[in-house]
Ligand binder design. Structure first.
Ligand SMILES: NCCCNCCCCCC(=O)CS
Ligand SMILES: [Zn+2]
Length: 641
């Protein structure tokens, strides 16, 4: 299943015809450099090219008023003076004789993408469009946006393709107020947006962009605003919000389709965003969404004004949509205090709507008095545009190993399609065979592998020793199922073991051996997936291993869809270098495991019920114990003593 790429150079054929500092960044080159980078890198050729089309009036009226549409229809024939006059009624946007045409193409491109994904022609895709959409409202243009591409796409997916629940992830650095207004009372569309806010001092300076606007009436809880009250947010701030807010809620919501308002003004170097997250983070943000909605992810370009970080970020996103392993999330810091404050506020106000946030902490004291802060801050200007030149390393080349998935199976088991059999014949000694497999991974000749062995415990010991000694790589061991784990989390930090078990393990084996106790073990989807999303993933990203060893112990009770979610999500680590080890009589798991290792999205877990209270307790106790050592587990600001 491929990745669609939708682009047409016609959308570059409009620009600002007069002087307006607020609009000067929105230039045609944004599209040409983005598409050019995809062509240059060979990524465009690997995508399924889908043509654009014009949106129909009916499609535009899914979100906008007839009066507004009729008004915009008069712009192509306007003189320059009339266009300037017409523009004055809106904010931070400009019109052009060709912008109505381009705006219809931008919607049409988005709808073509939705068609391609919803009909199964492709698995996922990206639409490179201009003008952006997420600021435009029922009867108004705003923030370079004429029509709301993503809002129309959501309504279209529901009406044309029967999608029940649509998740919109808006990682653009601005608040898509137009999207929020469109769905604020609608529980079938979950809108998530982070955005530069600076206590309402940053554009569009709306009170309703703050964390306490959660949606109205039936839509309460289905609007999530994460305000960034400082500039300079980094990769770890973004990942923390994914691990502790977006992903837990998204899995509970269980969408049929994921639309991404993919704005890249949230990347380093952008004059609007002034953040410091690097382009490779979008590989991880994309990857972390790709096991939702059975992989049906449609990314639609919104903002992004730095003509270097924009194309880099677009390429990182498309690489990942194509299934290429993500680059290692190297040297992540702790989330900053301001980000933690926002994180805690959002989780607190949403805990009444989402069972995964049920146990979230109260508002931090600083936030409950935030109105005072705002009064103090209101008169200040947003942070001055930084003039000093900002540098960042170009993202690493993402070369795909010649073999994606190698398998070591008993002779009487057929090799699943797409996999390469790694025969024991060449290595009579199974342990040598495993070590050879690991060596190939580290040389990037093989991406990942599945190994069936007579005894998983023996294999674990051998692999752990080999991986650490010979390869000098940090090894993350994830062990699912009860019973003893024969490896010590080594004190030198070279091995981190995370064990999912039904049995509470009394002994604490230190920082590098973590037992996640779930009453029903992996039998309970809610508990398991929440433990994976807001405990295992933050640990794994912070640990940044060179290799992941995923062991399924006999009778672990884990079901296929959960096992595939786990196998899929963990491929965001170690450049996808993961070795799955199972007992050789566990033959029924071979197919599902290989499909996940081959990059096929995992089936959805269904709408998740509340976590078992004892599991919530156990996970919170574990988080409290681990947080001093693992910064990405933090979900609250350290209260002033
Ligand atoms: N009036 C002071 C400066 C205003 N800057 C904001 C301009 C709108 C940005 C909208 C955008 O980037 C869409 S993603
Ligand atoms: Zn933006």
């Amino acid at each position: 299943m491929g990745t669609a790429l939708i682009y047409d150079e016609e959308m570059t054929k409009y620009k600002l015809l007069w002087v307006d500092p607020a609009c000067k960044f929105e230039v045609p080159e944004r599209l040409t450099v983005s598409h050019g980078a995809l062509v240059e890198s060979g990524l465009a050729d690997r995508c399924v090219s889908v043509p654009v089309r014009e949106a129909t009036d009916a499609e535009i009226l899914l979100v906008h008023s007839a009066e507004y549409l009729e008004a915009v229809k008069t712009t192509p024939s306007m003189s320059l003076e009339d266009l300037m006059e017409f523009t004055l009624q809106y904010g931070d946007v400009y019109f052009h004789p060709n912008i109505y045409h381009c705006a219809k193409l931008a919607i049409g491109a988005s709808l073509q993408l939705v068609d391609s994904v919803m009909t199964g022609k492709v698995r996922n895709g990206m639409a490179l469009v201009r003008p952006p959409g997420h600021h435009s409202m029922h009867s108004a243009a705003s923030g370079f946006c004429i029509f709301n591409n993503v809002a129309i796409a959501a309504r279209y997916a529901q009406q044309r393709h029967g999608a029940k629940r649509v998740l919109i992830v808006d990682w653009d650095i601005h608040h898509g107020q137009g999207v929020q207004y469109c769905f604020e009372d609608d529980p079938s569309v979950l809108y998530f947006s982070w955005h530069r806010f600076e206590h309402q001092k940053f554009w569009p300076q709306l009170k309703e962009s703050d964390f306490d606007t959660v949606g109205k009436e039936k839509g309460a809880g289905f609007n999530i605003n994460v305000p960034w009250n400082k500039v300079g947010m980094q990769n770890s701030d973004y990942l923390s919000v994914f691990f502790h807010i977006l992903l837990p809620v998204a899995y509970e919501f269980c969408p049929d389709l994921v639309l991404v308002s993919a704005g890249f003004d949230s990347a380093i170097g952008d004059p609007e965003g002034e953040m410091r997250a690097t382009p490779d983070i979008f590989a991880h943000l994309t990857h972390l969404l790709m096991n939702l909605a059975e992989g049906k992810v449609c990314a639609v370009l919104e903002g992004g004004y730095n003509l270097t970080s924009l194309p880099q970020s677009v390429c990182q996103t498309v690489h990942t949509l194509l299934g290429d392993p993500a680059p290692c999330p190297a040297n992540l810091d702790a989330p900053c205090k301001s980000a933690l404050e926002s994180l805690q506020c959002v989780r607190s106000v949403h805990r009444t709507y989402w069972s995964c946030l049920r146990h979230a902490a109260d508002l931090p004291t600083s936030c409950s008095t935030k109105h005072i802060n705002t009064a103090e801050g209101a008169d200040q200007e947003p942070t001055e545009e930084s003039s000093q030149e900002i540098f960042w390393p170009p993202p690493m080349k993402r070369v795909f190993p010649p073999t994606r998935t190698a398998v070591v199976l008993p002779d009487d088991v057929a090799c699943p399609d797409g996999c390469k059999r790694w025969s024991l014949l060449e290595h009579p000694d199974p342990q040598l065979c495993l070590s050879a497999l690991v060596d190939k991974m580290v040389k990037n000749e093989i991406c990942n592998g599945l190994v069936l062995v007579p005894d998983v415990s023996v294999a674990m010991i051998c692999l752990a020793q080999h991986a650490v000694a010979a390869l000098n790589k940090r090894l993350l061991v994830v062990c699912v199922g009860d019973g003893m784990v024969p490896i010590q989390g080594t004190e030198d930090g070279k091995t981190l073991v995370v064990h999912f078990s039904r049995k509470e393990s009394e002994e604490q084996r230190g920082k590098h051996f973590i037992t996640v106790h779930l009453t029903k073990g992996c039998g309970d989807a809610s508990g398991f997936i929440q433990a994976v999303l807001s405990l295992l993933l933050p640990l794994g990203y912070e640990y940044d291993p060179g290799l992941v060893l995923l062991v399924q112990k006999p009778d672990s009770g884990v079901c296929d869809s959960m096992w595939r979610q786990l196998t899929g999500l963990l491929q965001g680590l170690a450049q996808g270098h993961m070795l799955v080890v199972m007992q050789e009589d566990e033959r029924k798991h071979i197919g599902p495991t290989c499909s996940s290792l081959l990059g096929i999205a995992a089936p959805s877990l269904g709408q998740l019920h509340s976590l078992l209270p004892e599991d919530v307790e156990a996970l919170e106790r574990l988080r409290r114990r681990l947080t001093p050592d693992w910064k990405l587990l933090q979900t609250t600001v350290a209260e002033e003593p």
